[in-house]
Design a protein. Structure first.
Lengths: 656, 98
């Protein structure tokens, strides 16, 4: 099995190639495209299971050397090698497993789309790149995947590029990610300069001996790496691209912008956790940025009306939780939340997808121009879509942190870790409070989403309601599987107080041991303190759920076109704190102005076009004019010049 | 020998020829001045042959032959120009003006 592990990347890549070919040659061969597209993913999942069975018996996992990539010198030789250790196996299973489900769902969701083949080609390519990112044994190899998923994200956000806003959203995502990628690149150079290697294993080995704990080098490297993470994982200050990324098809939002790609930042931190453990300052920054993002995005989600925007800000917020976890040195909690979040957020997005699918179909049937994603136009879908309703409710309870669902355990562990680190630095206590407040908001906005979408009565007319229908089995099936995972996900890492043994923690121990040895031991609260914390978190979740439920159902919600403008704080929240407008003023506007007036009009048009190119033309023209004065057609002038020339030449020959 | 006076006459004739070519506008006269220059050179060849050997005299025959050919071509061109412009004034013949 170990020798064939490369297949897990090769299969989706092959699928991408085949689908690209089909997209060009046979765009309407939907059956073939669907079979290839999801077949390679299922096969890759099977390979991943095989790898998992192998790694179970190996403490350190195994390394698969594919070929030499840059054999430059004794010191600098980078191999294209894959690393199947316990951390990458977890991610491998999530990416291929959740990816398979989303591919299956996509068959139903995208069936009518003319770009069916292109869609699956991109999606397969994304999975291949994501696996390169996860499995790479060194930073440069992971970076291939890192850039590749960025590319696929860009392609899929702008999938319906006929609408200008969609391709703009793609460009925005790409540019925001570029800023982060710059940080990763510089961090790589610094790591190479300091440690002389880019291999993860070698970095972990050498860093404690070479880097001074808390020294400038360690802090600079980790801060730059974290800059990359803020771009890829949509944290403050680079988060603005993720809500706009919802312009892509909804299964893409589920796969790329919720379950896998955006968690790459968390993965990178855990992967290089030895470096982060050597820089406690960066850890505090990571935890605080994570907590701030979690709280900030959760408040924005409170007043969003677009169902996907709510989920987008929810994703940003949950990613903040993951960074709060890894910033507290609770690597396992971060990965645990990554996994459970992949389950319930994929479920929520796919559920939203089937809601949008149904709404779109119904509104289309009655020729209504209303927005199919605006929750104010929905309501009462429970009766028409019972399965979607039930499954999304489960996911809502999970994300809100209601026991015993997956989200409860992972979120609880993160908050406990932040609280425990509070004894080290007050920053963590601030982060903990922010995390709690974010949990309150989370429960509120999620139950608001459910209430506005599924409860009450339908707000887009009876005629449209008659056209609503539950999604086909191909779409509800993956939802059901994700629902089961959402319920059972907590089993991965059950804490002691419910009789669990922290399985995930033990599983990841060989990967995390080195970093843990560098940090003060994380003593999680236990006994009555633990019970108090858990009880408090559950209470907060229940309060949020109740308030959100009552608050949403108590008021009558007008359909989108009759809704009054928001006022006061609600307006600020609905406007997303006007961060986009701020960035527009601060960065985009000046850049455009500079490009237009200085670079375009000044440099290009004036300096290059008029002075350099135009000047050369003028000089040649002037010389030509002078020359043409001599050619006046008068023989006598020619003869005179000839005679004068002859005299001069004779004088030179004879007189010399 | 009359070497000195001969070369003097040759030089005078040559200068007259050059001046004619440079200053006159009538193509026929310019043409005749060219012939004058050729014959001035011929005179110098003959005069110098007495000092340097018979090569100079042989050269004269070459010059006369070429001059005859040149006269044929030149006069034909002038005739063609005259047919074209009804004039042999060189000032009006400026088709190659830049």
């Amino acid at each position: 099995m170990a020798n064939l592990a490369w297949l897990v990347i090769a299969l989706p890549l092959l699928g991408a190639l085949v689908n690209a070919g089909l997209a060009f040659r046979r765009p309407r061969a939907t059956t073939a495209i669907a079979i290839v597209g999801s077949g390679v993913l299922l096969a890759a999942f099977a390979v991943a299971l095989g790898v998992f069975a192998e790694v179970r018996h190996l403490e350190e996992g195994f390394r698969l050397q594919l070929w030499q990539w840059m054999p430059v010198s004794e010191r600098l030789h980078i191999d294209l090698a894959l690393q199947f250790d316990r951390l990458s196996t977890v991610l491998l299973l999530v990416v291929t497993g959740v990816g398979s489900l989303i591919h299956l769902f996509s068959i139903g969701y995208m069936r009518e789309d003319p770009g069916f083949g292109r869609y699956f080609a991109y999606l397969n390519l994304f999975v291949a790149f994501m696996l390169v990112l996860v499995l790479g044994a060194s930073l440069p190899v992971s970076f291939i995947g890192w850039e590749g998923v960025g590319l696929c994200s860009y392609l899929l956000i702008g999938f319906w590029f006929e609408v200008n806003a969609n391709s703009d959203a793609g460009k925005k995502a790409f540019l925001a990610n570029r800023i982060g990628d710059f940080g990763v690149l510089v961090a790589m150079f610094l790591i190479w300069w300091q440690l002389g290697t880019l291999d993860y294993a070698a970095i972990a080995e050498r860093a404690p001996a070479v880097l001074v704990p808390g020294g400038t080098a360690a802090v600079a490297i980790t801060l730059l790496l974290f800059l990359g993470c803020t771009g890829k994982s949509a944290q403050i200050p680079l988060f603005t691209w993720l809500p706009d990324a919802m312009a892509g098809p909804t299964p893409v939002s589920a796969l790329i912008h919720a379950a896998t790609m955006v968690t790459a930042g968390v993965f990178l931190v855990v992967r290089t956790n030895v470096l982060f453990a050597l820089a406690p300052f960066t850890l505090e920054v990571v935890a605080l940025v994570g907590a701030l993002t979690a709280f900030f995005a959760a408040t924005v989600a409170l007043r969003q009306q677009d169902i996907k925007k709510v989920l987008a800000y929810s994703t940003v917020s949950q990613l903040g939780y993951m960074f709060l976890a890894v910033g507290s040195g609770a690597w396992t909690a971060g990965i645990f939340h990554l996994v459970t979040h992949a389950f319930f957020k994929a479920l929520l997005f796919l559920g939203a997808g089937s809601v949008i699918h149904a709404m779109h179909g119904a509104l289309h049937a009655v020729h209504s121009p209303a927005d199919a994603q605006d929750m104010r136009n929905m309501g009462g879908l429970r009766r028409r879509m019972p399965w979607t309703f039930a499954l999304m409710t489960v996911a809502t309870l999970a994300i809100a942190g209601v026991p015993p669902l997956a989200g409860f355990f992972s979120k609880d562990e993160i908050l406990a870790a932040a609280f425990a680190r509070g004894s080290m630095s007050p920053v963590y206590l601030v982060a903990w409070v922010l995390g709690l407040l974010a949990a309150l908001c989370t429960a509120y906005y999620m139950v608001r989403l459910i209430a506005m979408t599924f409860l009450g009565s339908f707000r887009s007319g009876d005629e449209a309601e008659a056209h609503l229908h539950e999604a086909p089995l191909l779409m509800t099936g993956p939802l059901a599987v994700l629902g089961v995972l959402t319920v059972l996900g907590g089993l991965l890492n059950l804490p002691g107080f419910v009789g669990g043994h922290h399985q995930l923690e033990h599983w990841l121990e060989p990967v995390l041991a080195r970093a843990d040895a560098l940090l003060p031991a994380l003593v999680l609260p236990h006994g009555s303190t633990e019970m108090l914390l858990v009880g408090g978190a559950v209470l907060i979740a229940l309060v949020g759920l109740t308030v959100g439920f009552r608050g949403t159902l108590a008021t009558t919600i007008p359909p989108a076109k009759e809704a009054p403008a928001e006022r006061g704080i609600a307006r600020i929240l609905a406007g997303k704190y006007f961060i986009d407008e701020l960035y527009q003023r601060l960065f985009v506007g000046p850049t455009v102005w500079f490009s237009r007036t200085v670079l375009w009009k000044g440099l290009d048009q004036l300096l290059v076009d008029r002075l350099a190119v135009g000047g050369t033309v003028r000089i040649a023209q002037g010389l030509g004019w002078l020359g043409s004065r001599l050619q006046n057609g008068q023989v006598s002038l020619y003869v005179t010049l000839f005679a004068v020339g002859a005299i001069v030449v004779l004088r030179m020959i004879l007189g010399g | 020998m009359l070497l000195g006076p001969s070369l003097l006459v040759s030089a005078i004739l040559f200068v007259i020829g050059v001046a004619g070519v440079l200053l006159r506008r009538n193509a026929i006269i310019v043409f005749m001045c060219v012939e004058l220059m050729l014959n001035a050179v011929n005179l110098a060849f003959v005069a110098l042959a007495g000092v340097h050997g018979l090569g100079g005299q042989v050269m004269v025959f070459f010059v006369m032959t070429v001059a005859a050919a040149e006269a044929a071509v030149g006069l034909a061109i002038i005739l063609a120009i005259f047919r074209h412009t009804q004039s042999v004034d060189l000032r009006s013949t400026n088709l190659l003006k830049g």
